[in-house]
Every structure is written in C-alpha cells, then in structure tokens.
Ligand binder design. Structure first.
Ligand code: TYD
Ligand code: MG
Length: 463
C-alpha cells in the first residue's frame, strides 16, 4: 500500500517545503509551516486531463476561436450586467470584494434570486446560519419559486460534491474566507486555504461551464494579503465601495470580458439594494441660495456614462509660508500643477496658500477633464467670488494655460442639460467636436462658452 505523502506549507505565503522549517525561506515568517498529509494516489486536480504533451504547442492559425462559445447571460440586474460587460459569461469566475457590512451578501442574494428565475443557482453560505439567511430572504421579499438552493457549509469537499451532483449554472460562495480544506493546512482562513480552495472551485466550475461568484471581505489592512492573492485566478474582479452620500458603487478592477471603466450605483433601502439607473445628478448638492465661493461643477465621463460632480476648493494662508495640498479624491500633484498654472497666468498667488480639494459625494476622479472645473473652483475660493449655480465646465489644462478639449463633449452637454445646467465652459475646439459627434446639432445648453485659455474663461466667468 502506498504511504501518505507529507508536505509543509507556509500559512502566510504558500511556500512549500519537504521538511519542516522554523522560518519560511520565502517570506521570512517564523513558525508559519503547517504539516499537510496528502492521501495516497491523489491526482493533481488540473482541469486538463489526458492531454498529449507533444501536441500542446499551436500556431496562430490553429488557435481556436471561442466567439461562439462566449454566451452572455442577462443576470436580471441591469447595473450588474453593465459592470460585467453585458452579462455573465458562462464558465467565468467573478470575485466580488468589499468591506464587511457594505452589502455584498445582500447584492448576491438579490442576484441569485434573479438568476434563479431562469436557471439553477447554488448559494453556499459559510458565514451565516439558516435563521440569518431566512431573515434576509424575508427582508428582501424573496419567496419560494425559482431554482435557488442553499448549503450551509465551509467544507470544500462537501461543496465540490454538491456542485457535482446538483449541476448548478451559477454558484455563489459567501465568503471565500470561510472555505476550508484539510489539504491546504490545518488552519482555516490562511492565504493557502484561500488560494487552494478557490482554485479547486474555479477548476470544477470551468469544467462544468457554470459561473461562480466569490464573495471576499476586504479590509483596509487585508486588501493585499487576502483577496488580492486570488485576483489572478478569476476572470473578473468587482469591488463594492461606499460613497459618502450613502450610495454603493460597484466597479470592475479587472475584466477579461469587458471594460473596467463602468460603474454601477446602488442605494441600500429597507428591502435591499436599489439600482440607480440614471445617476447623472446623484452626486450633486442642491442649494436653495447661491453657491458659496470655491465650488464648480465638473462633468466626468466614467465607463459609458457621464456624472456631474461638485468640486469644492478651499485656500487658506499657509502656516509658516510652506504651501501644502490636501486632496484625496483628485491626485494632489495635479492640483499643485493647476494652482501653479493659475498663478502664472492670472497673477493671483497660490504658492503661499494651503489648498484643500474635495469632490462632493466622494467619487475619485482621474480623468483630465476635471482640470478646468478644479481651476475655476480654486480661483473662486481664492478670490471669494462665487460661481453661479447651474454652471459646469470640462477641459484639460496645459502647462501654458491653454484649455485642451475633452472626449464625449456632446454626451457631457446633454447630461449637464438634463441636470439643469445652463452655462457650460470648455475649450475652443469643443464646439467643433460637438458638431462632429452630433451631426450639425446645436448645443443643448443655452450658454456654451468656449475659449482657448484659462485666462479668457476666468475673464468671462468672473467678469
Ligand atoms: P450585508 O449584505 O450583510 O453586508 P456584507 O455581506 O457586505 O457584509 O448587509 C450590510 C448591511 O445592510 C447590514 O448592516 C444591514 C443592511 N441592510 C439594509 O439596510 N437593508 C436590507 O434590506 C438588508 C438586507 C440589509
Ligand atoms: Mg456577508
């Protein structure tokens, strides 16, 4: 009879050794090796079996196209379809991460219910007990009906058996941090367990052409060590985040089947998450009186949609003459550059000021079109002259003070108009771009002002 094979795996980094060691040679952690005994005759669990090793290499012409096999399945929730790139691709593995309490289980249960109207869904709850799941089902108003089944376990073997017997089209694992297999060490919740269990599950899901959603808890400290270590195994990585105004943002950070620019917005209500399908003005603040100085509205193009956000600026004399920039939503060095250009072009001093920049609603902005509204907000705060409500801007600012055009100007103008914007400032070429994008249409805004430099715009806007 064959003997059991013993190996030692580091719980921290997954490094394998044939002998026990006190210190891991890979990650230098002490006392991190666990003994693992593999049952005799255990085959490597690769998805690819019986392959002739001599026939592995193929030329470009021989590479098979998968076009006809990629089936996009409507998941029933439009916002999730959008983030996934149109729907769920069969055979795909999707990781959904987020801080505890953000609403991952709620979102996945709502999704499970929608999918189960047309196909079989297996929900694996390793975290919550039956009464807890019952409470959530009642709260979400999910009744008996679709093909949705639950198992309450974290044991990988039981899960694999259930998947093999039940043959679900979609599997939801809540959460991957609870998965456990004795083959990956004796301690639950280690990186080893995470990697091993996820790979095993993904392998059987791919073979069965089903799809799997893996819920992962992400805490600020654990973001690298935990779910990050399995991001390479999955096809799509979604993160569920809070915005400041109680909205939940679902965004793709990796997607083998679509773009990663798309966002989905949800609001948590008394009976689950509601999608926000026209989010243009969700980030805007409505004021009865006129704006205080330091505020300008920007049109931000993210994914396939435009969002209007309020850029807030504050400048105060710097302590000790050393100017600092505090901006966590827009890159601080970009703000420094904008302030420098403003100082050079308008003669108003920013180099003796501390600069604070905020984006109301908490959206992080990377796109270049935010330069102009940020510059206007800064100028408004520094001079104390407010910008009228109903004014928005988009444009990139060059080091020489020119305003460069931004993409999708026509879409921005339309969204701005639908949010009640009356005045819009952008680069000179924008009107040309607009007619190119939109035939010979007139701008939907009554006052679309275009100018070549920041100085011209400031002269018109601040009179
Ligand atoms: P949950 O989905 O359990 O978060 P996660 O799985 O990411 O840890 O739910 C998070 C919070 O949402 C919880 O505090 C309760 C709240 N909630 C509502 O406000 N409304 C609802 O309908 C539900 C189901 C939950
Ligand atoms: Mg949960």
């Amino acid at each position: 009879m064959k003997k059991e094979k013993i190996k030692y795996i580091c719980d921290i980094c997954g490094h394998e050794e044939a002998k026990w060691a006190g210190k891991c040679p890979a990650c230098f952690s002490w006392n991190s090796f666990s003994e693992i005994s593999l049952p005799p005759g255990r085959k490597h669990s690769s998805a690819k079996k019986n392959l002739d090793p001599t026939k592995q290499a193929v030329s470009i012409a021989e590479i098979a196209s998968d076009k006809n096999n990629v089936v996009l399945k409507d998941c029933g929730i439009e916002e999730i379809n959008r983030v996934l790139g149109g729907g769920i691709v069969s055979g795909s593995a999707i990781l959904i991460g987020g801080e505890p309490g953000i609403g991952k289980s709620t979102l996945m249960m709502q999704l499970a219910q929608k999918i189960s109207e047309s196909s079989k869904v297996l929900y694996i709850s390793g975290e919550e007990s039956q009464p807890q799941i019952r409470l959530r089902l009642d709260r979400l108003g999910i009744k008996e009906g679709g093909e949705l089944v639950f198992i309450f376990t974290s044991d990988l073997y039981t899960i694999k058996e259930t998947i093999t017997n039940l043959k679900p089209d979609t599997v939801i694992v809540d959460s991957i941090q609870t998965l456990f297999s004795p083959e990956a060490g004796s301690v639950a919740g280690t990186i080893n367990q995470l990697k091993y269990c996820c790979q095993e599950l993904i392998d059987i899901i791919k073979l069965a052409d089903a799809s799997i959603f893996l819920i992962a808890h992400v805490t600020k400290e654990g973001i690298i060590a935990g779910p990050k270590s399995i991001e390479h195994m999955v096809d799509t990585v979604l993160y569920f985040e809070h915005s400041e105004n109680e909205m939940r943002i679902l965004r793709a950070v990796k997607n083998r089947f679509g773009s990663i620019d798309e966002l989905a917005l949800f609001k948590m209500g008394g009976n689950g998450l509601q999608q926000i399908t026209s989010p243009e003005n969700s980030f805007l603040i409505h004021r009865e009186k006129n704006n205080p100085p330091g505020i300008c509205i920007a049109t931000i193009h993210e994914g396939s949609r435009v969002f209007l956000v309020e850029i807030q600026a504050l400048t105060v004399p710097a302590k000790g003459g050393l100017s600092r920039v505090f901006s966590d939503r827009i890159d601080g060095s970009r703000i420094s550059r904008i302030a420098a250009v403003l100082e050079k072009q308008t003669g108003v001093r920013f180099s003796d000021q501390d600069i604070y920049i905020n984006v109301a609603g908490g959206m992080k902005i990377k796109e270049v079109g935010v330069d102009l509204p940020a510059a206007l907000a800064l100028y408004s705060s520094r001079t104390g002259i407010p910008i009228n409500q109903g004014t928005a801007a988009a444009g990139e600012l060059s080091l020489t003070g020119e305003i460069r055009p931004v993409l999708f100007i026509s879409k921005r103008l339309k969204s701005a108009s639908s949010c009640g914007i009356k005045e819009f400032y952008s680069s000179e070429d924008s009107s040309k771009n607009f007619s190119k994008e939109d035939g010979d249409c007139k701008s939907p805004l009554s006052k679309h002002i275009t100018a070549g430099t920041i100085n011209e715009i400031i002269k018109i806007l601040f009179k």
